[in-house]
Design a protein around this ligand. Structure first.
Ligand SMILES: NC(=O)c1ccc[n+]([C@@H]2O[C@H](COP(=O)([O-])OP(=O)(O)OC[C@H]3O[C@@H](n4cnc5c(N)ncnc54)[C@H](OP(=O)(O)O)[C@@H]3O)[C@@H](O)[C@H]2O)c1
Length: 335
């Protein structure tokens, strides 16, 4: 079968399409015939070596953390799925990934694919959906009537998080640039700040929650927007950025110190920092499916690439300009 792998860390060109053996399922695994996957920024952070301080990969390594496809084999202890089921999910980053024709995944990471989505649409959901759920529901405890600021509302996580926050009946402000104003408005954002024109911390105050997708100065300024008792779920550990600047060891130390400083400054303001963690959790994904099937959340896909163009898809994601998600059709256009 085909698998898009890296043999060394580096630029998009290190991705190569290799012929590799098909995976066999462990007792709790199903083997999924991959119809579609997607690109997430963490994929190119791994590819470039930015995650080396956090996890050691044995190269060559198959990337990819989203899947939508069909179950073709089941392990001896599998109880939730049968051969032929259409499933989607975001498997753990500790096993070979989904940029491949087939992938073996623990059944507990999967859910049945939403009935109203194609595979390409479904593959755009799991990682960003589970991340937004962890940020807003688990760590953020966002409630009806509360005010939430979602940074980078036009990105993969942001487009999902705006819709989830609205489904939770919160008031939603978001930051984006002028070209994406209509997009975030169509997703339900109540207040839109063009970050190239205005500073969000000069117009917003008294917020219950800020979802940090940016880190750096924006995160520091976000502390000012939150009221006492407010929550700051952050998706940015800072390890890839610091590793790039200072190398693995010094980078890890710097990132850790910056996070400690953030926690301290937040505590002094009575604000809670929550480190967002995407869980490979099929049950959580079922809760997301119900929002999708009742039409409260829809996928937002910017571009679809074939697996052969995976390097181009990475370069596009790395540009930082994607609007919603970048999907990969593994079994042809229709997938
Ligand atoms: N911890 C976790 O579990 C976890 C999970 C998922 C993602 N993440 C991280 O969270 C970050 C966001 O992920 P993503 O998938 O949403 O990224 P993405 O899709 O690549 O984000 C692209 C979007 O960011 C917007 N943007 C860029 N700079 C901005 C700024 N200064 N202010 C407001 N918007 C800005 C761009 O809009 P314009 O073109 O209009 O500027 C673009 O639409 C990444 O660093 C990712 O690695 C962490």
């Amino acid at each position: 079968m085909r698998a898009a792998r890296i043999h060394r860390y580096g630029p998009p060109e290190v991705l190569s399409i290799d012929e590799v053996p098909e995976p066999e399922p462990g007792p709790r695994d199903v083997v999924v015939e991959v119809h579609a996957t997607s690109v997430n920024p963490v994929d190119w952070k791994i590819r470039s070596g930015g995650q080396r301080a956090l996890i050691h990969y044995r190269l060559p390594w198959t990337l990819g953390l989203d899947v939508s496809g069909r179950v073709v084999k089941v392990g001896s202890a599998v109880t939730r799925f049968r051969i032929g089921d259409e499933v989607y999910g975001s498997p753990t980053h500790r096993r070979p990934g989904t940029y491949a024709d087939y992938v073996a995944i623990d059944e507990r990471a999967l859910a049945l694919k939403p009935r109203n989505l194609t595979h390409v649409e479904a593959a755009s959901i799991p990682l960003v959906g589970l991340t937004a759920w962890d940020a807003l529901v688990v760590g953020g405890r966002l409630r009806a009537g509360e005010k939430a600021l979602i940074h980078a509302g036009s990105g993969g996580v942001g487009t999902f998080a705006i819709q989830l926050a609205k489904a939770l009946r919160a008031h939603v402000a978001t930051t984006t640039s002028a070209r994406n104003v209509e997009l975030v408005r169509s997703l339900g954002a109540d207040e839109i700040i063009d970050y190239r024109e205005r500073r969000f911390d000069e117009v917003l105050a008294g917020y219950d929650l800020v979802l940090d997708a940016l880190g750096g100065q924006e995160r520091d300024r976000s502390l000012r927007v939150l009221k006492k008792g407010g929550r700051l779920p952050t998706m940015i550990g800072g390890f890839p950025e610091e590793t790039k600047k200072r190398g693995v060891v010094l980078g890890a130390i710097t990132a850790t110190l910056k996070l400690a400083s953030l926690h301290l400054r937040a505590a002094m303001r009575g604000v809670e920092v929550y480190m967002v963690l995407r869980e490979s959790d099929g049950r959580m994904l079922e809760a997301i499916t119900s929002h999708i099937e009742r039409g409260a959340i829809r996928p937002v896909i910017d571009r679809v690439f074939p697996l052969e163009a995976i390097a181009e898809a990475h370069a596009y994601s790395e540009s930082g300009r994607a609007r919603g998600k970048i999907a990969i059709a593994v079994r042809g256009e229709g997938s």
